[in-house]
Write a protein that binds this ligand. Structure first.
Ligand code: NBP
Length: 483
């Protein structure tokens, strides 16, 4: 009898093909299937030739070729195709078998699918897989969540294909129940939006305010990649700035309208739903939206005047300040992202391991950086840390960065160069460290026009007051409007 496969995969596109090659290289036999069946034969005769793959021409054949408990992983387009495949797979599985979704599914869908699949006596995993094509092949970051009972059955396969950090720890561990894995992957993508935006703001300042060439910027990013900012995104920015087409920087020939697939938006929407100030990521999503209004911006640029840019300060100092601004804002972005995960954990009853999440992001994925090792240390030291800014290491770093960061924001604003992510992060920082914010006035306004009541600093919390501010209103307070 032919050997049964350790795992089955549906979806031989960029991610699926590379991930199964990775699995096979670690000693696993993988059965593969694709909706367009010719792609199965093409793969078996092509990149999969001579390797331990079983090509299946139907889902029935795929499931029949698997060791028990059967593990069927989907890496297909997120959305309806995932639901369709689940229904096609279920009849060919039996109790204890596992369906895995490795695509970029929205976490509420994963919560729903976990319940649905479990109701059929099966187990479900929704796992974030990050790192793109290269990551899938050489070692992605993987963030699995779903039915806890499924984890022991897939742990060895997942951890052996995942990226490893210096000490050999895999960038993959159990995240939590139902949609937790996909939620953490969503926040990862939101943070990715933020990291990319602050780098783009630094680039625009260097280019437009400091008048630097792409070669000069390439050198700056090369330097930055050696210190606190050492990360994949700084590294690829360095390479992009150094990339030439016909002797000129290719980046300058690229149209300035950003695309997006929605994971940054989901992160922002989730933050709004949960009431978490996720300002840097929010601004990063909106910056992409503004960039997409190209025609309108071109029209506006012809008719609306702003300040004339002629930088006369110390260029070397400004470059140094920019490094501090990037680092300060990055700390804020992660502090905000972690706060979002903490709130989601309360809302959805997940027991998230925050240090473990930093380790999962430490290698293999797009936001990988040395900085994540310090986040892991912070949560290892204090697993109930309420905000990254309260960790002594990050508090010290952000305090040290703030002078340069403030100079960058002030200069950019006075020159009329948009830096929405860098400035919103600084405003969050100042708000977060403020004992008193102007919300006292805001509460007075709410009470004035809507009798929404307020608490007083000279009375215990939880006692609510209403004032008849004009002498014309009544004494009745509103109970129906609470935000
Ligand atoms: P795609 O997202 O392009 O999906 C391709 C696969 O989905 C093919 O197997 C295709 O079958 C199948 N498919 C499509 Br398209 N529509 C279908 C439908 N209506 N019903 C059934 N199957 C359908 O591939 P990918 O870029 O490899 O990504 C796979 C998953 O991983 C996605 O969720 C993606 O968001 C996520 N992801 C991608 C990356 C990346 O860098 N590309 C990174 C991280 C995560 P066919 O061959 O018959 O058309």
């Amino acid at each position: 009898m032919t050997k049964l496969a350790d795992i089955g995969l549906i979806g031989l596109a960029v991610m699926g093909e590379n991930l199964v090659l990775n699995m096979e290289s670690k000693g696993y036999t993988v059965a593969v299937y694709n909706r367009t069946v010719e792609k199965v034969d093409k793969f078996i005769k092509g990149r999969g030739a001579g390797k331990n793959f079983i090509g299946a021409h139907s889902i029935k054949e795929l499931c029949a070729s698997l060791e028990k408990p059967r593990k069927v992983m989907m890496l297909v387009k997120a959305g309806q195709p995932v639901d369709d495949f689940i229904d096609l797979i279920i009849p060919h599985l039996e109790e204890g078998d596992i369906i895995i979704d490795g695509g970029n599914s929205h976490f509420p869908d994963t919560i729903r699918r976990t319940k649905y699949v479990e109701s059929k006596g099966l187990l479900y995993i929704g796992t974030g897989v990050s790192g793109g094509e290269e990551g899938a092949l050489k070692g992605p970051s993987m963030m699995p969540g779903g039915s806890p009972a499924a984890w022991p059955a897939v742990k060895d396969i997942f951890q052996s294909v995942a990226a490893k950090v210096e000490d050999g720890s895999p960038c993959c561990d159990w995240v939590g129940e139902d949609g937790a894995g996909h939620f953490v992957k969503m926040v990862h993508n939101g943070i990715e939006y933020g990291d990319m935006q602050i780098i783009c703001e630094a680039y625009q300042l260097m280019k437009e305010m400091l008048g630097m060439s792409s070669d000069e910027m390439h050198e700056v990013f090369k330097e930055w990649n050696k210190g606190d900012l050492d990360s994949y995104l700084i590294e690829i920015t360095r390479d992009i700035l150094g990339y030439k087409e016909d002797g000129e920087a290719l980046v300058e020939k690229i149209l300035d309208t950003a695309g997006q697939k929605g994971t940054g938006k989901w992160t922002g929407v989730s933050a709004l739903d949960l009431g978490i100030p996720l300002t840097l990521i929010g601004e990063s999503v909106f910056a992409r939206c503004l960039s997409a209004q190209k025609d309108l911006r071109v029209e506006a640029s012809k008719v609306i005047e702003g300040p004339k840019v002629k930088f006369e300060g110390d260029k070397a100092q400004m470059i140094n300040d920019l490094k501090d601004a990037l680092f300060g804002a990055k700390i804020i972005s992660y502090a905000q992202g972690y706060n979002l995960m903490m709130e989601a954990a309360k809302e959805y009853n997940w027991n998230l391991n925050y240090g473990g999440i930093a380790l999962m992001w430490r290698g293999g994925c797009i936001i990988r950086s040395v900085f994540l090792a310090d986040i892991k240390k912070a949560f290892d030291k204090n697993p109930t840390l309420a905000n990254l800014l309260l960790d002594p290491y990050f508090k010290g770093k952000v305090e040290k960065a703030q002078a340069g960061w403030r100079r960058v924001c002030a200069t950019a604003l006075s020159y009329g160069i948009p830096v929405p992510a860098l400035t919103s992060a600084l405003c969050y920082f100042d708000g977060f460290r403020s004992e008193r914010l102007p919300a006292n006035l805001l509460q007075a306004q709410r009470d004035y026009f809507g009798a929404h009541t307020y608490e007083r600093i000279d009375k215990p919390r939880g006692e609510f007051f209403h004032t008849n501010w004009t002498g014309r209103g009544g004494d009745t307070a509103s109970t129906t409007y609470d935000v």
